[in-house]
Design a protein around this ligand. Sequence first.
Ligand code: F0G
Length: 349
Amino acid sequence: MGVLARYGHLIDSVTESTPQITLGEGSTPLIRSRHLESQLGVGELYFKLEGMNPTGSFKDRGMVVAVAKALEDGSTGVICASTGNTSASASAYASACGLESIVVVPKGNIAAGKLAQASMYGARVVAISGLFDDALDIVRSFAGPGPIKLVNSVNPDRIEGQKTASFEIVDELGDSPDDLFIPVGNAGNITAYWKGFLEYHAMGNATRLPRMMGFQAAGAAPLVLGHPVEEPETVASAIRIGRPASWENAIMARDHSGGLIDSVTDEQIMDAYSLLAGQEGIFGEPASAASVAGLAKYAAAHPEMQNRRVVCIITGNGLKDPDNATAQGLNVEEAPADLGAVERLLGMN
Ligand code: F0G
C-alpha cells in the first residue's frame, strides 16, 4: 500500500479528486539494531530504512504527493533542484505519470547512481557550474501555479508526504521514540518528521513527543554555525548545502522538541558508514550515516542514552554512491578457478 492509500486521509492537500498514484513508496522497515545498540550505549536502537523506497530514498514519500497534486492541477511537468535523490524521485514519478521532468544539479557533485537514475527515468538533466543552493535559487521562479510545478520541499505537498514516516514509526512502536536522529541538509525532512509527530500526538496516537536530533556535515553546517555557508564541502554530497530552505522550521523543531542540531566531521560520517554496513548489514549512503555518526558522538558524552529508545533515519541507499564505497578500499582477493587454490587462500588446508 502506498503513502496515499495508507495515509492520504491525514494529508492536508489530498482531496477526492487527487489521483491515487503509487510506485510502492512508504511502509519501510524499522529494524532493531543487533550490535551498535550495545556498542554505542543506547537502551533500544532502531533504524528506519528509507533507502527501501522505490527510488532508494525518503524523497518518494513526499514526491508521490507533489506529483499527484501536479497531475490534479493539470501541470505538464515538474522541476527541481537537487543534490541527487530529489531528482531521481521526481523523474521517476513524472515518468510514471506521463509528465516532463527537469532537474537542475550541481555539476560534478552528485553521486553516480543518482545521475544514472534521473537519466534513465527520462529527465532533462541540467548540470550547473554552481552549488545546490544556486540551483534552488534558479528553480524557485517556478513556485506557484503554472504548467511546470516546483517539487522541492518548499512545495508543502512534499513535507505533507514525508511526515508519514513519523506516523509509521509511532504505529510500529506504539508511541513516539525518546529521540529521533536524522541527517539535515535542506532541512525539509526534519521539518516533516516534527510535523508528523505533532499531528499524531494531537490525535492521541502518541503519548509524548521525541527530541529531534539533527546532524549536519561539519563542512556544511549552517544551522549549527547560525549563518549561511558560502562554500559548503563534505563527502556526503546529498547534504552539501549552505543555505537550507527550511531554516526556521528546523530551528523550531529543535527548540520545540528540546533537541539539538549539531555537526559531525566527514571522518565521523565515513566511520559510521562503515560501521553500519559492517556491523548491522545496512548499506546507507554517506549522508544517511550522519545520523548514526551523530548518535555515536552524542551517546559517547551522554551515558543516560542507556535508558532511551532511539530511532535513526537511514535516508538513502548506499548503492546510489558506489564511488564512496569503493574509495573505502575493495576487499577482493584473487585465486585461480580451482577448489584447492580457493581453500588454500582461505586457510582451509
Ligand atoms: N539524506 C539524504 C540521502 C538526502 O538525499 C538528503 C537531501 C538528506 C538526507 C537531507 O534531507 O534536505 O530534507 O534536510 N537531499 C536533497 C536532494 C537535498 O536534492 O536530494 P533534507
